[in-house]
Each structure stands twice: as structure tokens, then as C-alpha cells.
Design a protein. Structure first.
Length: 173
């Protein structure tokens, strides 16, 4: 994720209540993230894992990522190159795991985007998505620290960057 405007080309649509087992099926949890990712959403969108491309976006309904606390549910989306998930609401543990792993989540009540629509997320807090039609979608504010974490690629890369810059977390100068 960059600070400049970001264009996302393909939108994948999902409904309400997509749970962590749909994202990271339990039958494959004994394998690494690469294998789990190859089965991501196979019961809801057959062929998704093979067709999704880096920079694609998922637009979903309410409660995206509900279910277990398995961080692999967010990790597989990062592994597959999903740039962001846009939904009206997210499972709390999924929300935390997603940002910790560098996946941008945008809470946006409007999710009636067309499959071939192109989105541009404007820089800053990413509160506004502009469709190719010119329509603007307002999303909830994303706190700066979460945006920085997503831009860095997750919590650990974010902390490494801060340490390299002499900005130790929890200390003020």
C-alpha cells in the first residue's frame, strides 16, 4: 500500500457472514499458508485462489471474518495479494489479525460495487473510494497507526521501521 492514490482493478463480491473457515479451511491447517491460500474461499467462490491477482479487492457484506481467531484467515488474503477488504462490519479478531498482518480493511456501509468497477482510494486516511462512474463512497476513518501498520506490511515490519528510525514504541522524546 502506498501513500499516493491507489487503483484497484478487480473486485470480488461476497455476501454476509463469511467466516474464517471459508477463508482458511480447517482441513488444511496442518499445512503452510501457501497451501491454505490455495483453498481460500473454494466453497464460496470456486477458483478464487487461482484467479485472484495482487491488488484485487474483496467487497463483502456484514460480519466478514467472523468465527475463530485463526490468523491464517487474514494471512491467506495477504499471501494471495488482496489489497483490501471493504465491508460494513468485520469480526473483531479478524480485524485485529488483518492489520497485524498488513491487510487493509475499510468499513464502508455501501458495498454495491459492480464486478468490473474500478476503485481509487484517495491518500490520507483512505476514507473515500471513487468509482469509475465518479460516485464516491464514504468509509469510516482508519486510525493513522493502523494505516501505517498496513502500509508497512503488518505489525512486525512496522515496529522494525520505527526502531530503524529511532522511534521506540511506547517512548516519547
Amino acid at each position: 500500500m502506498t501513500d499516493a492514490n491507489q487503483v484497484w482493478h478487480k473486485i470480488w463480491h461476497l455476501g454476509d457472514d463469511v467466516d474464517t473457515d471459508a477463508l482458511a479451511p480447517g482441513a488444511y491447517m496442518q499445512h503452510g499458508v501457501d497451501v491454505i491460500a490455495s483453498h481460500c474461499l473454494e466453497n464460496l467462490l470456486p477458483g478464487f485462489a487461482q484467479a485472484v491477482r495482487p491488488g484485487d479487492v474483496i467487497v463483502a457484506g456484514r460480519n466478514f471474518g467472523i468465527g475463530s481467531s485463526r490468523e491464517q484467515a487474514a494471512a491467506v488474503l495477504v499471501q494471495l495479494g488482496v489489497a483490501a477488504v471493504i465491508a460494513p462490519s468485520f469480526g473483531g479478531l479478524f480485524f485485529r489479525n488483518a492489520f497485524n498482518l498488513g491487510l487493509l480493511l475499510l468499513t464502508c456501509p455501501q458495498s454495491n460495487l459492480l464486478l468490473n468497477e474500478e476503485l481509487v482510494m484517495h491518500g490520507g486516511q483512505g476514507l473515500e473510494l471513487v468509482l469509475t462512474s465518479g460516485e464516491r463512497l464514504q468509509c469510516d476513518p482508519v486510525p493513522d497507526f493502523l494505516l501505517q501498520m498496513a502500509r508497512a506490511g503488518g505489525l512486525l515490519p512496522s515496529l522494525k521501521q520505527r526502531l530503524a528510525q529511532g522511534r521506540v514504541p511506547g517512548h516519547t522524546s
